[in-house]
Design a protein around this ligand. Structure first.
Ligand code: HGY
Ligand code: MN
Ligand code: MN
Ligand code: MN
Length: 394
């Protein structure tokens, strides 16, 4: 992890900003390729921008491990890269021990897991599995208006080849993702590692409020149609729809963009993005309905209009019970951990036997520079992953 500590450091927001095909992420891709080749793996980039490092010929039924290299804006150092670095370290250890796996082993880094640039999470694994159409993916745009197609072309990919990759998918016999924990479960359990049970359903919605832009100093309030007002009421409605416990319904507005965005300008439009999650689909959907109903009522009160668009949905995930229990047995019964955080493992779980390992985060905070993992807990994660790869590849 130290080797990449300077890549994508965000001087203005703190933490790291590493987004698909941007300079920082491309530097991380180079780090991954160099590190993998240094331990004797063969690196291959698939048509959807995911990078694969192979120990043994790419063959069906391989044991695959890995995670992602990209981050949220101003994110922590461990979310994603810890899984990739631990996978490389585990493979290096097994090779150093002279391990002779019967199945090929691959380390993968999936593209745009956070959706930090183009808005849809797990874009690389969704493209691989067909969970998103290439048509929709290629037209996604970033805040500069650059399309995913243009960014991919600039990075040397052929947009015409993006899409479901049955060959790559058939090669995955088992997928195990190691990830820093994004919560307090392992702090409370007093354990360095845990085995994942599943992922809460969650989605992202874009709400665009349109009103009438005007001058902040001359437009009387009585005459205003200010989209910031219904946007602000929607933020409060999100909090009102959420529960307060760690496994209750969650609703978050982390991104709100007034247009044009001048201090002395009543915005013409305000876009906000809602992230909602719960342990059950119904609860998530109920929260979103309550929030969008409140948004429409607030827009109406202010003489504004609101357009609601579902940008992504990830249904509830339960990891393969047999594989989960097999990992638990071989790792001396570490705690089991549900999570509200999405992962590429959540996308793959619908297609191949999938498991997750978590490493303790002593702050319990993630998607923030405060995210952390201690060296000896990271070591425990590599020990566990090496054990799993050794067992599952025999
Ligand atoms: O948003 C998430 O849950 C994940 O970090 N992509
Ligand atoms: Mn994340
Ligand atoms: Mn992650
Ligand atoms: Mn003026």
């Amino acid at each position: 992890m130290a080797e990449i500590a300077a890549i994508g450091a965000d001087r203005t927001r703190g933490g790291y900003s590493r987004h698909v095909f941007d300079p920082a992420e491309r530097e991380l891709r180079e780090w991954f390729t160099t590190s993998a080749e240094r331990i004797g793996l063969d690196v291959d980039v698939d048509r959807n921008g995911n990078i694969w490092a192979w120990w043994g010929a790419p063959a069906d039924g391989a044991v695959v491990t890995g995670s992602h290299l990209d981050s949220v804006p101003g994110g922590g150092a461990f979310d994603g890269p810890l899984g990739v670095a631990s996978a490389l370290a585990a493979v290096r250890r097994l090779r150093g021990e002279g391990c002779q796996p019967r199945k090929s082993i691959a380390v993968v880094a999936f593209a745009e897991e956070e959706g930090g640039r183009f808005g849809v999470p797990c874009l690389g694994s969704r493209l691989l599995t067909g969970a998103i159409s290439p048509e929709r993916a290629l037209t996604l745009t970033d805040t500069d208006g650059t399309t995913f197609a243009d960014a991919a072309t600039k990075a040397g990919f052929d947009p015409g080849r993006f899409g479901k990759d049955d060959v790559a998918l058939s090669r995955i016999g088992t997928f195990v993702e190691l990830h820093v924990e994004q919560g307090r479960g392992l702090i409370d359990a007093g354990s360095p590692i845990a085995v994942g049970t599943g992922i809460d359903p969650h989605g992202r919605w874009r709400l665009s409020f349109t009103g009438r832009g005007d001058h902040a100093g001359t437009a009387a309030v009585a005459d205003r149609n200010d989209p910031m007002i219904p946007a602000a009421r929607t933020v409060l409605a999100a909090r009102a729809a959420a529960g307060h416990g760690p496994r209750d319904t969650r609703a978050t507005v982390g991104k709100l963009v007034p247009v044009p965005g001048g201090t002395n300008v009543i915005p013409a439009r305000v876009d906000l993005w809602l992230d909602s999650r719960a342990t059950a689909t119904e609860a998530t959907r109920e929260a979103v309905t309550a929030i969008t109903d409140a948004a429409r009522a607030a827009a109406n009160d202010e003489g504004c209009h609101v357009e609601v668009t579902e940008e992504s949905w990830s249904g509830p995930v339960s990891f393969d019970a047999r594989l989960r229990d097999r990992l638990r047995t071989m790792l001396n019964e570490p705690p089991l951990l549900p999570t509200g955080a999405g992962h590429d493992a959540g996308v793959l779980a619908a297609h191949v036997p999938t498991a997750m390992l978590y490493v303790r985060n002593p702050t319990g905070i993630s998607h923030s520079p405060a995210e952390h993992a201690e060296d000896d807990d990271c070591e425990a994660g590599v020990d566990a992953l090496a054990e799993v790869l050794r067992e599952v590849s025999l």
